[in-house]
Design a protein around this ligand. Structure first.
Ligand code: KDG
Length: 315
């Protein structure tokens, strides 16, 4: 059984070849993406095994996604091909209206993955993994996907599988009040929480990273990580606070950086590395992903992370 299992929507991403509003973009580049799928690719790049629970349409995009994930070594045996709904797609608008930022424009309503439901869960598969990773995106997809998320977390907890949650609140998918109501009970069942100041403000009304981390730790998680983009990241446990600066990078597209961060952070912990090392590795991964279009292409292997850090030492 895979070391890490995740569950969510994998989509075809059409990334703008040029920056600016989508109406003026002529060419798009096709990539396979989706927060939880990105996570599984990252775990495999780190030398561990990972599996995805999902649904894709019985269409060309679904077949494309499956071949990419299979090629990356992700176990897709729990990805159902659904002949009643299409594979979701989205477009990435880069550098507009905020330079350096990207926007995701979704065409995913009624997609195959939004039909995920508790019946899609394989108890043995989940309960034999070491970590079950979810994000705040899956429960925003539909009532059934939400029910599946709650059920899967319950199964993982009962089997003593660690639960990691990346809050990933996407206001384009649901209103923030609803996100708070649905995600807070999940935060309480989480062992490793990854979030950012904006999501913390929505969830607990606190955006200061240190204060937010302390508040979250009292709610259940034993490790809380605040990702602050260019300002670095903060990992907090009951007795430790570790900070890590972000490594400088030329930003092409920030989409997917957080998923690479999560994958490399969780993988490092699974390998038994220190919190400090895990945070460093995760930051390298995030910094590399933003330098290209596409979410998974630049997720590094550990060998590449070592080369990156070595080159920094040499100046
Ligand atoms: O984190 C990157 C993801 O946001 C992107 O791949 C698309 O999964 C996605 C989503 O729902 O926003």
């Amino acid at each position: 059984m895979p070391d890490a299992v995740s569950m969510g929507e994998v989509m075809v991403q059409f990334n703008s070849l040029t920056k600016g509003p989508l109406r003026h973009v002529t060419y798009f580049e096709k990539h396979a993406a989706g927060a939880e799928a990105n996570f599984t690719v990252g775990v495999v790049r780190m030398g561990l095994t990972a599996g995805l629970i999902s649904r894709v349409g019985d269409d060309e995009f679904g077949r494309y996604i499956l071949s990419i994930l299979r090629g990356e070594g992700v176990d897709v045996s729990r990805v159902i091909t659904d002949d009643e709904a299409p594979t979701g797609i989205y477009f990435v608008q880069r550098g507009y209206p905020i330079p350096g930022k990207s926007l995701s424009i979704y065409y995913r309503k009624g997609s195959a993955a939004s039909r995920l439901s508790p019946q899609d869960l394989d108890h043995q598969y989940l309960s034999r993994s070491k970590v079950f990773h979810i994000t705040g995106i899956t429960p925003a997809l539909s009532e059934t996907a939400r029910a599946a998320t709650y059920r899967a977390v319950k199964m993982a907890k009962e089997a003593h599988v660690k639960v990691s949650l990346d809050t990933n609140i996407r206001p384009r998918l649901w209103d923030v009040e609803e996100a708070r109501k649905i995600l807070l009970p999940l935060v309480k069942q989480t062992d490793i929480l990854l979030t950012d100041p904006q999501d913390s403000e929505i969830l607990i009304g606190v955006s200061d990273p240190e204060k937010a981390s302390k508040t979250f730790l009292k709610m259940g998680p034993s490790i809380t990580v605040l990702k602050m983009g260019r300002k670095g990241s903060l990992a907090t446990t009951i007795d430790k606070t570790i900070r890590q600066d972000t490594f400088e990078a030329l930003v092409e597209d920030v989409t997917g950086a957080g998923d690479a961060f999560a994958a490399c952070f969780i993988s490092s912990l699974l390998k038994g590395w220190s919190l400090k090392k895990a945070l460093e590795v995760a930051n390298v991964a995030g910094s590399l992903v933003v330098t290209v279009r596409g979410d998974v292409e630049n997720i590094p292997t550990m060998q590449d992370i070592d080369k990156f850090l070595e080159s920094l030492k040499k100046g």
